[in-house]
Design a protein around this ligand. Structure first.
Ligand code: SAM
Length: 223
């Protein structure tokens, strides 16, 4: 019964929040209609799962607003065969969307509890092409580099050098860059060895911590 209600809400979410904002990639829309976002959210907040907003997932962290998940995924221009690195697993929802659109996803989360929970949810849903590691994602995952696409789901002071070093030729990285509450979403593309930057929209994310992230924790106006 609840599953039917959630499925209906999911279809409305895609129509009203994603398609209506001009994101039309059929593979992305299909993934967002299929993957049960509520399964990644603590039961107390299930009613908020398909709303146009971020939701708390514990450890003072959030699952991003559905539109931001869609926008960032769309910017990676995935075709289906890529190896993707995500920094900031959080709930595991973004990783599940990426896993539906690429060959293999590697994702790193600094909070052990969140990493464990995300792994359990992905396993329950039968999603097998996601490898999760607990640790400092600002250093990337050198053993598995290079990556065709990199997505950072926390705000960085600048693009962490290990991440740009781990981006394959022709690869794309999407990352929010800037201080608390004032970041811009950037896409970095590696072409003929050179990195090219495009600035997309202003955003507001929780901070990327760790060696190449912010030293202090701020959690304001979060996505
Ligand atoms: N992608 C997530 C999802 O789908 O639920 C949402 C990510 S949340 C906005 C940002 C996440 O980045 C938080 O879970 C936070 O703990 C994590 N994070 C922050 N700094 C990190 C770091 N250096 N390495 C790995 N994860 C980090």
């Amino acid at each position: 019964m609840n599953e039917e209600k959630f499925a209906r809400q999911r279809h409305e979410m895609v129509a009203e929040q994603i398609e209506a904002r001009h994101l039309r990639d059929p593979r992305l829309l299909d993934a967002m209609r299929r993957i049960p976002r509520h399964a990644f959210i603590p039961p107390t907040y299930h009613d908020l799962a398909y709303q146009d907003r971020p939701v708390l997932i514990g450890e003072n962290q959030t699952i991003s607003q559905p539109y931001i998940v869609a926008l960032m995924t769309n910017l990676l221009q995935l075709q289906g065969e890529e190896r993707v690195l995500e920094i900031g697993t959080g709930s595991g929802y973004q990783a599940a969307i990426l896993a539906a659109m690429a060959r293999q996803v590697y994702t790193i989360e600094r909070h052990e509890l969140l990493a464990e929970r995300a792994a359990e949810i992905l396993e329950k849903l039968g999603i097998k092409n996601v490898a999760i590691r607990q640790g400092d994602g600002s250093r990337g995952w050198p053993e598995e580099a290079p990556f065709d696409a990199i997505m950072v789901t926390a705000a960085a002071p600048r693009v962490p050098k290990p991440l740009s070093d781990q981006l394959a030729e022709g690869g794309r990285m999407v990352i929010p860059v800037g201080p608390a509450g004032m970041q811009q979403l950037e896409v970095w593309t590696r072409q003929s060895g050179q990195l090219k930057q495009d600035v997309i929209v202003p955003v507001s994310f929780v901070p990327l911590r760790g060696e190449f992230g912010f030293e202090d924790d701020w959690t304001t106006g979060i996505l």
